[in-house]
Design a binder for this molecule. Structure first.
Ligand code: PMP
Ligand code: GLN
Length: 378
């Protein structure tokens, strides 16, 4: 048989985590916390199991959770989504993005992604029979280039995927950038998939500019988020999608035959936990402190730190310490120095090596300090 994804191997995150484990390296590669989530969240899910919430929930998700999500979006971004018709609970953001793409992309349609981007987007588009159109973010700053995006739009462009706060570059789109996108898309029918999984990790008093804040974007957008990131439970694989009812109706047609629905007790647990906004309101300060600890620890070293405006990633320019290609450097760093990182080249379509690697600082302070001690030897 012919592979549907001939270019695809095992994801870089899996590869680097395995290499880190093999060599006993400090794993700052794959993005996940090495600390526990809030025990209250675990208790809430346990309580739901004990209370007998162990059968299928409704196809779009537990209503109490959809209501809590709609309430949160309205409180933060001022847009009202109907819990009944416009919010669906998914098996993480990964499934949400694939399902949105399968729901709207027809064979031969073009979908614009901005390089570098999360590794699932392009294979998802390919699986839907679409054509991936890669538009580079501005080299060096990773800001969107609206001239280039505009030039990439054709009559076949069905959708565009954006991601702010951005994995891997840790940039955060400004309100002006969102407005520029809104203006650019205004005369088109292009749909938007807005990957906002790091929505609650924005630093230095800046605000997350959700597509929900911009009427012209919200009207065409699937807005995707993930409780895995926000509540330190990447293993729970529970995410959300918000979209206007006609789009959500198409989404659910695919969702019901994709996973049908998502595990029940975690949804009840999350609904209960969301009653208190403090955990997500305190997340920026929590991660900003980790970002600053990591950055300060590397000050004065030969590693050049790029800005980290949001997410739990810090990109580092390695050109002053090594001529190796990014992926060779990451392998060497894991094996010889004992710290795992992710090469930025893994997020690009073609061969592109700019000497930048990504570190995840969603780690205990002691983990970060151990990594700093090793990295300072470079
Ligand atoms: N999008 C981005 C940008 C991500 O970084 C991730 C997680 N690595 C995902 C989507 C997937 O999220 P989830 O784990 O909820 O499927
Ligand atoms: N999103 C995580 C990252 O960027 C990894 C998720 C995964 O392993 N697929 O590191």
């Amino acid at each position: 048989f012919t592979s549907k994804l001939p270019q695809v191997g095992t994801t870089i995150f899996t590869v680097m985590s395995a290499l880190a484990a093999e060599h006993g390296a400090v794993n700052l590669g794959q993005g996940f916390p090495d600390f526990e989530c809030d025990p209250l969240l675990v208790e809430a899910a346990n309580h739901a199991m004990k209370a007998g919430h162990n059968q299928y929930p409704p196809m779009p998700g537990v209503l109490a959770l959809r209501e809590a999500v709609a309430k949160k979006i309205e409180a933060i971004h001022g847009r009202n989504y109907s819990a009944n018709a416009e919010i669906t609970i998914t098996a993480g953001a990964t499934q949400a993005i694939l399902t949105a793409i399968l729901a709207v992309v027809h064979p031969g349609d073009e979908v614009i992604v901005l390089d570098p981007c999360y590794d699932s987007y392009a294979p998802n588009i390919t699986l839907a029979g679409g054509t991936v159109v890669r538009v580079p973010l501005t080299p060096g700053t990773f800001r969107p280039d609206f001239g280039l995006i505009s030039a990439a739009i054709t009559s076949r462009t069905r959708a565009m995927i954006i991601n702010s706060p951005h994995n891997p570059s840790a940039t955060v789109w400004s309100a002006n950038e969102m407005l520029a996108l809104q203006d650019l898309l205004a005369p088109t029918n292009i749909l938007l998939i807005s990957d906002e999984v790091y929505e609650h990790m924005v630093f230095d008093q800046a605000e997350h500019q959700s597509a929900a804040r911009f009427s012209g974007l919200a009207a065409r957008a699937f807005i995707v988020s993930s409780f895995g990131k926000t509540f330190h439970v990447t293993g729970w694989k529970v995410g959300t999608v918000a979209a206007p009812a006609p789009l959500m109706s198409e989404f659910r047609k695919v969702h019901q035959f994709n996973v049908f629905t998502v595990n029940t007790p975690m949804q009840y647990g999350l609904a209960e936990y969301l009653r208190n906004p403090d955990p997500y309101l305190q997340l920026p300060a929590f991660y900003q402190a980790k970002r600053d600890l990591f950055r300060q620890g590397l000050e004065g070293s030969r590693l050049k730190l790029l800005p980290s405006e949001g997410t739990y990633f810090q990109c580092i320019d390695i050109s002053a310490v090594s001529n190796l290609r990014e992926s060779d450097f990451c392998q060497w760093l894991t094996q010889e120095i004992g710290v795992a990182a992710i090469p930025l080249s893994a997020f690009y379509g073609g061969e592109f090596d700019q000497g930048v690697v990504r570190f995840c600082f969603a780690k205990k302070n002691e983990t970060l300090l151990a990594a700093i001690e090793r990295l300072r030897k470079l």
